[in-house]
Design a protein around this ligand. Structure first.
Ligand code: SF4
Length: 170
């Protein structure tokens, strides 16, 4: 039998949950202010997932496209997911909700656009692909924050404020 303390992220209350585990299974959850806490604790302790938001390259445009996973994916695949998205070249036009990467990392979850991008005229922009930094950009999760701070994040001065590029957030 082992115990683990986690913070529920189901609402701003942020209840501290004490989770008892036996043979990898959750046997009890204490400290939850509502029923969602127990469900979250079971998910987090047995198979943690995160929703990923990041940026993708767009053919013919300097500005990247903001995207997110349509559903949370296993936490262990977050970095592989970000890398797969960064390898993609999204062809405009794009509408919010369009699938830009299908079945990312074999999870069965698609990556969708969270903004519109108009069509591009000219040569399709093959010579004008925006170069994103090699490191993954900062991304949000449903568990608060996790990821790697990037230059864009630092420049925006929001999620990267006071952080160093390359710094790992957990
Ligand atoms: S257990 Fe319920 S009340 Fe507490 S943080 Fe989670 S969702 Fe909110």
């Amino acid at each position: 039998m082992s115990a683990k303390t986690i913070t529920c992220i189901g609402c701003p209350m942020g209840c501290r949950l004490t989770v008892a585990l036996e043979n990898g299974k959750v046997t009890s959850v204490d400290g939850a202010g509502c029923g969602r806490g127990a469900a979250y604790a079971r998910q987090e302790c047995v198979c943690p997932t995160r929703q990923v938001t990041t940026l993708a390259r767009v053919r013919g445009r300097r500005e990247p496209l903001s995207v997110k996973t349509a559903q949370p994916i296993p936490k262990a695949l977050v970095f592989a997911c970000v890398e797969e998205i960064h390898r993609a070249r999204v062809a405009p036009p794009v509408k919010i909700g369009d699938v830009v990467v299908k079945n990312v990392c074999g999870t069965g979850v698609d990556v969708v656009a969270t903004m519109d991008v108009a069509a591009v005229s000219g040569d399709g922009g093959a010579a004008d692909l925006h170069r994103l930094p090699g490191a993954p950009v900062a991304f949000e999760t449903d568990g608060g924050r996790a990821g790697v701070i990037s230059w864009p994040a630092v420049r925006r001065g929001r999620e990267g404020f006071g952080k160093t590029p390359g710094q790992v957030l957990t």
